[in-house]
Design a protein around this ligand. Structure first.
Ligand code: F6R
Length: 610
């Protein structure tokens, strides 16, 4: 998704901005641009393509060393990827420049009205109307013009605005799209995402909806929709900038897969007491009565976070004995969902900015449900919309394909299920004690899987020409199959479909022949024998079988072409360990096919549009 960075200080603005834009690359983009104010003139350069290919234009041969400017990476929504659709966008005379994230829903109407009153448009974007609206309202006061302009806008926006006659300020504002202000010494920043400015400052202020800021070198004034001053508190971001670098790995995705043992330690850190068999989730904010009153749980999320929710269903139903439904946030929000005060809605999101998940949460709260967020990004929009929170502590996830956030979500859901199961007297303290013990050794067990990376790479190398894959799993590992298939298709562009293994004979079995690899998740569990029977059906039709199986399982080796072994763990922890070889498998297939693993085509990291 699009990214914004603005800088005002004493360094050459285009250098700081270009650097910030490279740190936003992980969000996915198709074009980029920078605009600065220099001697009552705007200098703007923008083009289609990756930053490394347009570096000359934006950095090496940029004609100004001005120390105030804004930049943007664009992920096309309205209007094809092109230089003229790239941001920043100007008004009729290029006196004003705007970088915008979000979608202006009534832009057609606004554009017609502005054109009728003489404005000329240079792009096909919805965003350009903002520059013209500001131009139409401008009477010497940029802040007032921005406030006036956004009044006519329907939809979502995070904007950073500069004006040729105001070399001393950037005006920014937000509604429904994230925006932060970073505080430096003699310099200040605006950004859509902390990763853009972490190397300069960790002190940031998160703007709320309908808030804005006037950012100058000396300081920042925050204001509300009426233009009145508001007090805002800054927060110290504890993410280490090094954590956002590749640290010697060839891709962020690989680095993040290898961080997973530590991520589990971080997610459980300080939240368990083995002696007492207790789990502490401090930000949860659910009272005893809330927990006893809950008759139904509904998970809402998108993509990988949704599959984490599907594992959550198995966990909560077996450990808490409450019925759980999983809903795609984009479906939930539009189907008049049946939730009430006795329903607990759990919204799961790495970014905390996914538009559909945020809208689903608002819908659930409107209908009286309590909403719990399971979130990675601190202070993200979702964290401000929920009644209680469980932070997953995965740290910054840069690779577009989610890996470590998924593992952290599963770990957090396991903690939640153990805690609720104990409070509702479904689980004994002894059971919880035993599971805490097992949870704590899970990181070492995952390290053993990571040690098998070369073997997994060799298996991946045998599958590079496959046109389609089938992933099979049952029970706790049906969602693992779904997530494994998603990983493969999003980064290798090979079609992959996941099925509950018992469902295969009801249709997909027709696809099986000697060219179709079938990846089976068949670790020890109550449904092991059933899954083996399903795999025999594949074998009987000459399907190519690959399997994730428990160490020492000899039965499976006679059935399959390749086996990836994982350590033996309890069924409830098996989704956490079994997904790791699937992540590595997808990674190596994509890498060996020569693809851009960290920024797969058409994908964005944080999907802030519907
Ligand atoms: C897949 C992936 C996406 C996200 C989805 C939700 O690898 O990254 O499917 O999981 O867009 O994103 P969040 O978790 O930020 O709400």
């Amino acid at each position: 998704m699009c990214g914004i960075i603005g800088y005002i200080g004493s360094k050459p603005a285009n250098e700081v901005i270009f650097d910030g834009l490279t740190r936003l690359e992980y969000r996915g983009y198709d074009s980029a641009g920078i605009a600065v104010v220099d001697k009552h003139k705007i200098h703007v350069r923008k083009d289609i393509g990756k930053l490394r290919n347009i570096r000359k234009l934006l950095l090496d041969e940029f004609e100004s060393t001005s120390s105030i400017g804004i930049g943007h990476t664009r992920w096309a929504t309205h209007g094809r990827p092109s230089a003229f659709n790239a941001h920043p966008h100007g008004d009729c005379h290029d006196s004003i420049m705007v970088a915008h994230n979000g979608i202006i829903e009534n832009f057609m109407k606004l554009r017609r009205e502005l054109a009728a009153s003489g404005h000329t448009f240079k792009s096909e974007t919805d965003s350009e109307v903002l520059a013209h609206l500001i131009e139409a309202s401008y009477q010497g006061d940029l802040k007032q013009a921005v406030l006036q302009a956004v009044k006519s806008v329907e939809g979502a926006y995070a904007i950073a605005v500069i004006h040729k006659d105001h070399p001393d300020k950037i005006i920014c504002a937000r509604k429904e799209s994230p925006l932060i202000v970073g505080l430096g010494k003699g310099e200040n920043f605006v950004a859509s995402d902390v990763t853009a400015i972490l190397q300069y400052t960790r002190q940031v202020v998160y703007l709320d909806n309908f808030e804005g800021a006037e950012v100058s070198r000396e300081g920042i004034k925050f204001f509300n929709a009426d233009g009145n001053d508001v007090e805002k508190k800054s927060v110290q971001i504890d993410w280490n900038p090094v954590a956002a670098e590749k640290g010697g790995f060839s891709h962020f995705m690989l680095k993040e897969i290898f961080e997973q043992p530590q991520v589990i330690r971080n997610t459980i850190g300080g939240r368990t007491s083995e002696e007492e068999g207790k789990i502490y989730l401090e930000e949860l904010k659910l009272t005893g009565p809330d927990i006893y009153r809950t008759q139904r749980i509904v998970m809402v999320a998108c993509g990988t976070a949704y599959y984490a929710g599907c594992v959550g269903k198995y966990l909560l139903e077996s450990l808490v004995r409450i019925p759980v439904e999983c809903d795609l946030a984009s479906e939930f929000r539009y189907r008049s969902p049946l939730v009430d005060a006795n329903t607990l809605v759990i919204a799961i999101s790495q970014s905390g900015e996914t538009a559909d998940t945020l809208a689903a949460v608002k819908e659930a709260r409107k209908r009286g449900a309590k909403v719990l967020g399971i979130v990675n990004a601190k202070e993200s929009s979702l964290t401000r919309e929920v009644d209680g929170l469980v932070y997953i502590h995965a740290g910054p996830e840069i690779g577009v394909a989610s890996t470590k956030a998924y593992i952290a979500m599963l770990t957090a859901l396991t903690l939640l299920a153990l805690m609720l199961g104990k409070i509702r007297s479904v689980l004994t303290p002894e059971y919880v004690q035993e599971k805490i013990r097992e949870l704590k050794i899970l990181p070492q067990q995952i390290e053993r899987v990571l040690d098998r990376k070369d073997a997994i790479r060799d298996i991946a190398a045998t599958c590079l020409d496959a046109r389609s894959f089938l992933y099979l799993g049952r029970g706790f590992n049906y969602p693992t199959a779904l997530e494994g298939a998603l990983k493969l298709k999003e980064i290798s562009y090979i079609h992959a479909e996941a099925y509950a293994a018992g469902e295969m004979k009801h249709g997909p079995i027709a696809l099986i022949d000697h060219e179709m690899p079938v990846m089976a998740i068949v670790t020890e569990s109550d449904v092991y024998d059933k899954t083996i029977s399903n795999l025999k059906e594949v074998q009987a039709r000459s399907g190519r079988l690959l399997a994730i199986a428990t160490e020492g399982d000899h039965e499976i080796t006679s059935l399959t072409e390749h086996v990836i072994e994982v350590p033996r763990v309890s069924d409830i922890f098996s989704p956490i360990i079994n997904v790791v070889p699937l992540q590595l498998f997808a990674y190596y297939v994509a890498d060996l096919r020569g693809l851009d693993v960290d920024q797969p085509r058409n994908l964005a990291k944080s999907v802030t549009v519907e």
